[in-house]
Each structure stands twice: as C-alpha cells, then as structure tokens.
Design a protein around this ligand. Structure first.
Ligand SMILES: *[C@@H]1O[C@H](CO)[C@@H](O)[C@H](O)[C@H]1NC(C)=O
Ligand SMILES: *[C@@H]1O[C@H](CO)[C@@H](O)[C@H](O)[C@H]1NC(C)=O
Ligand SMILES: *[C@@H]1O[C@H](CO)[C@@H](O)[C@H](O)[C@H]1NC(C)=O
Ligand SMILES: *[C@@H]1O[C@H](CO)[C@@H](O)[C@H](O)[C@H]1NC(C)=O
Ligand SMILES: *[C@@H]1O[C@H](CO)[C@@H](O)[C@H](O)[C@H]1NC(C)=O
Length: 371
C-alpha cells in the first residue's frame, strides 16, 4: 500500500497542471425556489464537482455523496449533503427545507445509525476538479483542485455527531461515458446527472457518534448526482456500487428508465490508471442473486443477497460477485444500501479467471500481458 501511495503522489503533480482553476460559487437557501432551474448535462471544462442545478426548485435534486468502509468490511460511514425536496428525492424527508446533511453507517458490531440535520443555508465553491461545501456551520467538505485530497467533517451537538474523515484518492475521476474531458456527457441516463470525482480512495475515519467512537481505515469514495425532475420519474430501478479488488478500483451503475430501457456505466482502474470507463451497451451488467432476486426489480420487493457484476474491459471480461453482509441504510421495498465483500477476477473467455488477490498489488503498465 505504501508504494502505491508514493506512485500516485508522483502522478498528482503531472496532472494538476492540466486542470482548469476557474472557480464557481453558489449559495443555496433552505426554501425551494420557484421557477425553472438550469441543469448541467455536459462538462463545461470547469466545476466538475460544483453545483449542477441552480436554483433548487421543488422538483430537482443535487447532492454530494461520500462514503468509507473499513478494510474488514464491518464498519462504515456515509455522509450526504443533499439539496432537494422530498418530492424530488425522498432521502430528504423534511418537507420544510431542501437542505439535509445526512450521516449514516455502521459500527463494527453491526449496529447502524442514521442522523440528519437541516441547515439554514448551504454554500458550494468548486475549483479545478475539487470543491468546498458547507451545509451550515460545522458540516461540509473540502477537496483539492486536483481531486486527490478530501476532508469531510460533521460537527453537530444536536444529533451527537463530531468528527471527520479524509480521502486520499487512488483512482482518476470519470463521467458516465468516459474520462473527464470538456464537452463529455454528464448524464448517466436521461434526466440523471453523475460525476464520480473520487472512484476509490484510502479513507481514514474518526468520529464520535452519540459518544461512541467510530474509527477505521479502508476504501473511500465520492460522487455527486443531480437531476432536472424527480428521481422516481426518471428511474424504475437502479443498481450502483463500488469496490476495490487487489489493484483494481471498480464502479458500476446499471439502471432502467420507466420504459424499461437499460443504461450502463462501468469503470475499472488499475494502480491509479483508467483501464475502462464507458457507457456502452454491457460495459457493465449487474444482476441480483439470492433472496428476492426478481429482475427487473419492482417497488415493494425484498432484497437480493448479492449481485453479479460483469465488466467489459476491452476484449476481456471482469466478473465480480458481490455479497451483502449488512444493510446500512434504506427504506424497505424502495431503496437499500449495503456493505459487503466482493470476489472476482479478470477472465479470458469462459474459464481461467485470475483472482486479483493472486496478482501483484499493482503494475505500472496497464495493458499487455495480464489484462
Ligand atoms: C424546476 O426546474 C426544472 C428544470 O428547469 C423544470 O423542468 C421544472 O418544471 C421546475 N419545477 C418547478 C416546480 O418549477
Ligand atoms: C425540518 O427542517 C427545519 C429547518 O428547515 C427544522 O426546523 C425542523 O426541525 C426539521 N424537521 C424535523 C422533523 O427534523
Ligand atoms: C455496538 O457498538 C456500539 C458502539 O460502540 C454500541 O453503542 C452498541 O451498544 C453496540 N451494540 C451491541 C448490540 O452490542
Ligand atoms: C416501471 O415501474 C412502474 C411502477 O412500478 C411499473 O408500473 C412499470 O411497469 C415499470 N416499467 C417497466 C418497463 O418495467
Ligand atoms: C456468489 O457468491 C455466493 C456466495 O459465496 C454464491 O452462493 C454464488 O453462487 C456466487 N454467484 C456466482 C454467480 O458466482
């Protein structure tokens, strides 16, 4: 792990110069605003992690999501800074405000928590690939312009949360259909925007939750989503997740719109370099197994036990079997977020998959012999 870290620090200095330093600042009041919002659909060359929807009316959403899971997959934390009404995205249940700072997760013994605070205003500034946000005082994040280093903090005596986590990114940002570049599409599917600024990171977490200590290190992640109409009007079903296997950082999104059309977005990086980032047909396919694995899923059904996630990486296939170990948040029958373990590997044809755990920790060259 130590050598991986050094390798990436060297890379950081060579990519930083290419990133625009133009910044963009927005203040969001707690009240839903009237009238149409302007909503981003393609990357303008700046503000990758900035506000994408302005102003926030009652039918749009814009949020910043951060998570970390302990290396043993037991403890976890997710912090989401939301700007939306309950009508736009039901994660915010408070009808009197669009601003919600939500913190949820699990202690190592499996006890979960879910806490929300509702600030009077939010402020976001983006610079380069990074951003800075504040949801009232004491709650927010800062990410450097090269998107390498992030600190997310949450201090609220009202709900008994105090602490912070830091993320050291180990995988380059991407948009739904490929690497970040000016003019690239930012929509994962019609009406739903997605920018994944930190696909994988080394996270260090140090919180006190209701007086109990939550401290761990493990993989971390940050992305943001936004939309110009309520989530449920755009999406019938959606599977999304991320994982690290040996030298590989992977992110998947596989969703269906109300007409049943399926949209894919798969990302695989190895040792800090993108191997594949695509929204092509079957770039990644996610299918549930075990438990209630009805596909496509419908409102009200139970949870599966896991997912089979199949990425196309050039002319190879990477198959991952994700197994749920704990439900950490959700609304039964509608939405479930879980942590778990993943196994898998890179396959040549139907047989001979190599488990990443059997591969060296990382290789500096990406293509060629192994993949
Ligand atoms: C909010 O903005 C969106 C995007 O411009 C627009 O389609 C929608 O009608 C607006 N909603 C309200 C309640 O004004
Ligand atoms: C909803 O948010 C407001 C602030 O806008 C806050 O005063 C109120 O307590 C919140 N409601 C609940 C149920 O937490
Ligand atoms: C699990 O750990 C938390 C934090 O230390 C503690 O508050 C809780 O009581 C524990 N739960 C059980 C069932 O032991
Ligand atoms: C989308 O979801 C709605 C509500 O659950 C359902 O009636 C409809 O059949 C679904 N569409 C498809 C194509 O499955
Ligand atoms: C995934 O793993 C589970 C648990 O080990 C196993 O029961 C299941 O058959 C596996 N699925 C696939 C497709 O390999």
């Amino acid at each position: 792990m130590r050598s991986l870290y050094h390798l990436l620090l060297l890379c950081a200095s060579c990519t930083a110069a290419l990133i625009s330093t133009r910044s963009h600042a927005v203040t969001i009041p707690a009240a839903a605003q009237d009238g149409p919002s302007t909503v981003g659909t393609t990357y303008q060359g700046y503000g990758l992690d900035g506000p994408k929807v302005h102003p926030i009316n009652s039918t749009v959403f814009d949020w910043w999501y951060f998570d970390a899971v302990s290396a043993d997959s037991l403890a976890s934390i997710t912090i989401v800074f939301l700007a939306d009404s309950p009508t736009a995205f039901p994660a915010n249940i408070n009808g009197s405000t669009v601003l919600d700072a939500a913190v949820s997760g699990s202690f190592a013994n499996g006890t979960t928590f879910y806490l929300n605070t509702y600030p009077a205003k939010a402020e976001i500034t983006s610079a380069g690939y990074g951003s800075h946000g504040q949801w009232g005082s004491g709650r927010g994040w800062t990410g450097t312009a090269d998107a390498k280093t992030w600190e997310i903090y949450y201090d609220s005596a009202d709900v008994g949360v105090k602490g912070s986590m830091c993320l050291e990114s180990i995988a380059p940002p991407h948009l739904p259909c490929g690497p970040v570049k000016q003019g690239a599409i930012e929509q994962q599917m019609p009406h739903v925007g997605w920018a994944n600024v930190v696909p994988d990171a080394i996270a260090h977490v140090e919180f006190k939750i209701a007086g109990e200590s939550l401290q761990f290190s493990g993989p971390g992640y940050h992305d943001k989503n936004w939309g110009d109409q309520p989530w449920l009007a755009s999406i019938n079903s959606s599977y999304w997740g991320h994982s690290r296997l040996g030298p590989y950082s992977v992110v998947w999104a596989d969703a269906r719109d109300p007409e049943g059309k399926e949209y894919f977005s798969g990302y695989v990086a190895e040792g800090g370099k993108i191997l594949s980032a695509s929204c092509a047909l079957n770039s990644v396919m996610v299918r549930p197994w075990g438990g209630d694995s009805t596909y496509p899923p419908v409102l009200g059904q139970g949870d599966p036990k896991g997912f089979e996630v199949t990425f196309s990486v050039e002319d190879h296939v990477m198959r991952i079997n994700v197994t749920s170990s704990l439900v950490v948040a959700g609304d039964p029958g509608v939405y479930t977020r879980f942590i778990g373990s993943s196994r898998g590997g890179v396959c040549w044809g139907a047989a001979a998959c190599v488990e990443p755990s059997l591969l060296p920790p990382y290789r500096e060259h990406c293509h060629g012999g192994m993949l």
